[in-house]
Design a protein around this ligand. Structure first.
Ligand code: ACO
Length: 311
């Protein structure tokens, strides 16, 4: 603790400035960022799994190319975010170890299964749509390396959202069976998507402090409301309905009202008991173990070159 440094840090935050990796920062600010950025990075790479699952079954070459590009983008997002976390003095190995041993959190949403091709469209439309809603304000968060990583991530996420919506529009113009598949996927993904924004503000552990620090610019509930308002209109164009009988426009508030969220389901999934948790983690650990020879070969190659250069 250093009062002069603290005052300088507070002034920078109050002025809406950026904190950089080499600047002094309170230990609790650093820890909060490591927590959030690493959870975010883990979500990106675990998020590759439910979609990667469909690459071999994409219905056309065009859809396959789009899906391959999207899944690769998610891997890239994970890498920028691990790099941003590393600027805070943690190693990627530590972070991955926390993921692989089940100690780290990642977004609840990736523990749900992708049962049909319509799920791929709905994941793009709703899941990536929710992700962008939450991530645009992060482009202006107070930690420079995180904010800058988010700029490119948001551009790519916006392509992901559109490809999902486009896929669904195409299916809705197809057969009755295809339209039913889309509606069924919306029914399964709607509630989990609005849970992605996290607990209500009053139940959110970190919101007050993270808002004070300029890490969180818009609250969990405000982002959720923005998302509901935007997607309900998109659903009308698409011709699907959300599985919520209480969803209706509230003229006085100027927003859609919606039903109560099942927080027991949310915490059950966050605590590791969702449909997909065990499989997702096992798939990540397997990918890590299967890649061991690549890491060893790269290290050996670097060692050989170091030895040659220092001769
Ligand atoms: N899934 C899993 N855990 C969650 C979720 C969720 N959807 N939402 C909140 N939580 C956890 C928090 O991580 C926190 O747990 P912790 O104290 O063990 O870290 C706890 O619930 C309480 O929540 P909050 O106090 O509201 O936590 P926070 O201030 O971090 O806000 C939020 C949560 C909004 C998700 C924030 O961390 C954030 O903006 N993260 C960056 C975006 C992100 O990770 N997106 C990932 C999904 S999108 C994608 O990858 C395509």
């Amino acid at each position: 603790e250093n009062p002069a440094y603290q005052a300088e840090f507070d002034a920078k935050i109050d002025a809406g400035g950026y904190i950089e990796a080499k600047d002094w920062m309170p230990e609790s600010y650093r820890k909060t960022l490591v927590r959030q950025i690493s959870q975010h990075a883990h979500s990106e790479i675990v998020g590759m799994l439910p979609e990667g699952n469909w690459i071999t079954r994409a219905p056309t070459l065009k859809r396959k190319a789009i899906l391959l590009a999207k899944v690769q983008d998610e891997g890239g997002h994970g890498l920028y975010l691990y790099a941003a976390a590393e600027t805070l003095g943690v190693s990627r190995d530590e972070l991955l170890d926390a993921l692989h041993s089940g100690r780290a959190k990642y977004s609840s949403i990736f523990n749900y299964p992708t049962l049909t091709w319509a799920d791929i469209g709905v994941v793009g439309w709703l899941v990536d749509g929710a992700a962008i809603m939450n991530q645009i304000p992060l482009c202006k968060c107070s930690y420079g390396p995180y904010a800058r990583a988010m700029v490119r991530i948001c551009k790519e996420e916006s392509f992901h959202q559109r490809q999902g919506y486009d896929l669904l529009l195409t299916m809705m113009k197809g057969t009755e069976e295809q339209r039913d598949m889309v509606q069924d996927a919306v029914n399964r993904w709607w509630w989990p998507s609005i849970m992605m924004f996290g607990p209500h503000d009053k139940d959110s552990t970190h919101s007050a402090q993270s808002s004070r620090w300029g890490i969180k610019r818009i609250s969990n509930d405000d982002l959720r409301q923005k998302f509901v308002d935007a997607t309900v209109e998109q659903a009308k164009v698409l011709g699907v309905t959300m599985p919520d009988p209480e969803l209706k426009w509230n003229e006085a508030r100027g927003h859609y009202d919606f039903g109560a969220i099942d927080w027991d389901e949310f915490w059950n999934v966050v605590d590791g008991h969702g449909q997909g948790n065990v499989d997702r983690l096992a798939a990540r650990v397997k990918a890590w173990d299967d890649g061991a020879w690549v890491r060893e070969a790269a290290l050996e190659y670097a060692r050989k070159h170091d030895a040659r250069d220092s001769r």
